[in-house]
Design a protein around this ligand. Structure first.
Ligand code: HEM
Length: 472
């Protein structure tokens, strides 16, 4: 196929494969697709880069003004529908993350409303998070335990999401929970919604079921579905009028309201909504926290400042509450810099263009898949000056108050922005603050210091490192 006329610039398309081999090679060389895309945008001197991956037309946008205009225009609100999206949604294309149109509008609005009703950003949520943090702190003990902190954080975060959806926690030693976490982690390594081999060549699964990640995803799907269906069935049996203390009960209430009429509130949809919350919320949040502790090891001077700031604001025994965060702007600045510097979703989307449109004078036909390089926004030299430096002070004004930058777009923008932002922020703040109040962190003696270079995947992951948590 030929490029549509006036399609944005980009490398020449090879027959059949398009630019897939080139993008994969460059991603491997540079350490991630986000870096390969930036490299290509420089090579072709464009903020709107076109690629053909397998049979699909892709456009990636770079730089804040363009990213903002795309994310705020409704013609970019669609999601692609391809083999991989079907695989990700167990053949249904239901849920929130992978849907669009009326179903997406209704279901997104349901999730947002019910998360708010369930105490999003309120005291109830704070108590839930604090319960998990205390368990982590107990596990770390006082005597300088050496751990891979990511492995301790992941069950804690997923348990918060579990409690929100199903009303109760799973024991962190439960074999199901550990299998679930393992599969989620494998999944991020093999899953590549934008340029993945499988989405372009679905038949590859017959020849390379392991290498293409097909087996991992099928296993993850069936394990997750089993786990969710068990809980959903129990909720269906125990539901009564007025039951609304978790997301599953709220959803069942909507199912009952339909009373036989056509509705998007179905059992299948419920499984997918729960799945979306786990997939979108668990590793993003726990990996960001993992990066935060890694940064404390790599920047002992900043760790010192964090300790001083916390000691001044709270004496050892004082209970700390999320609303106290305005008293510790330095901590907020550290976390904002972690969001920028260790952004776990450096390429967001994919979006599907819903009608023919233009961007920077280029023609973008309906059906084009659009990716957004938030990495390019967070590393724009012209704006940040020294984006390659980890420097929390860039989020403080000259009076020491938090300085918010519109150009920090960790959670996206527009109608499809992250619906878990409040929970993620509250979680990261409470975990970070409570753990830093109680511990000094160093690399565990005799183990390798982390390099700080993230491992590529659909979300970026910190490399494995062992930290020593010394009680203070
Ligand atoms: C540090 C943690 C997190 C980061 C960096 C993050 C980032 C993002 C971003 C950038 C998007 C927008 C994607 C787009 O524009 O197409 C998004 C969407 C989404 N996020 Fe998050 N997220 C985080 C945590 C969470 C949590 C805790 C939840 C669940 C409670 C969640 C649920 C979702 C869902 C369901 C969507 C899809 C929204 C839609 O398509 O309408 N996220 N997230």
């Amino acid at each position: 196929t030929r490029k549509p006329s006036n399609f944005p610039p980009g490398p020449t398309w090879l027959p059949v494969v398009g630019n897939l081999p080139e993008l994969r090679k460059l991603s491997q060389q540079l350490g991630g697709q986000h870096l390969a895309l930036v490299e290509l945008s420089k090579k072709y001197k464009t903020n709107v880069l076109s690629l053909k991956l397998g049979s699909s037309h892709f456009v990636t946008v770079f730089s804040y003004p363009l990213v903002k205009s795309v994310l705020q225009s409704d013609e970019y609100d669609g999601r692609p529908d391809n083999f991989f999206i079907r695989l990700r949604t167990m053949g249904t294309r239901k849920g929130v993350t992978c849907t669009d149109g009326e179903l997406w509008k209704i279901q997104r609005s349901f999730v947002v409303t019910h998360l708010r009703n369930l105490g999003f950003g309120k005291k109830t949520m704070e108590l839930l998070i604090k319960e998990e943090v205390s368990e982590v702190i107990n596990l770390l003990g006082k005597n300088g335990t050496s751990v891979q902190i990511g492995k301790v954080l992941a069950p804690a975060v997923i348990n918060i999401l579990w409690a929100l959806t199903s009303g109760s926690r799973i024991n962190r030693n439960d074999a199901r929970l550990n299998r679930l976490l393992e599969l989620l982690s494998l999944r991020t390594k093999v899953f590549d919604m934008s340029g993945g081999l499988l989405s372009q060549y679905p038949w590859l699964r017959f020849f390379m079921p392991e290498k293409t990640g097909y087996n991992v995803i099928m296993k993850l799907n069936s394990d997750l579905k089993y786990l969710l269906m068990e809980t959903i069935k129990q909720h269906l049996q125990e539901w009564s009028e007025g039951a609304s203390d978790d997301l599953i009960y709220s959803f069942i209430t909507e199912m009952k309201k339909a009373n036989g009429h056509e509705t998007t509130f179905t059992e299948e949809q419920l499984v997918m909504v729960c799945l979306d919350i786990f997939i979108a919320g668990s590793q993003t949040t726990s990996n960001t926290l993992d990066f935060a502790f890694m940064m404390m090891i790599l920047h002992p001077d900043i760790q010192n400042k964090v300790h001083t700031c916390l000691d001044q604001a709270f004496d050892g025994s004082k209970e700390f509450s999320y609303s106290d965060r305005t008293k510790i702007p330095y901590i907020e600045a550290v976390l904002l810099e972690i969001e920028r510097f260790c952004h776990v979703t450096p390429v967001t989307g994919p979006r599907r263009v819903l009608r023919d449109t233009t961007l920077e004078g280029y023609y973008i036909p309906q059906g084009t898949i659009v990716l957004v390089s938030s990495y390019s926004v967070h590393n724009d030299k012209d704006y940040w000056g020294d984006p390659e430096v980890f420097r929390p002070e860039r989020f403080l004004d000259d009076k020491g108050k938090v300085l918010h930058h519109d150009r920090l777009i960790t959670f996206g923008l527009g109608r499809r922005r992250c619906l878990g932002e409040i929970l993620a922020r509250q979680c990261m703040f409470i975990f970070f603050t409570e753990i830093m109040r109680k511990f000094e962190i160093t690399v565990s003696p005799g183990t390798k210091k982390p390099t700080g270079v993230p491992l590529p995947g659909i979300t970026l992951t910190p490399e494995e490192y062992t930290a020593k948590f010394i009680g203070r």
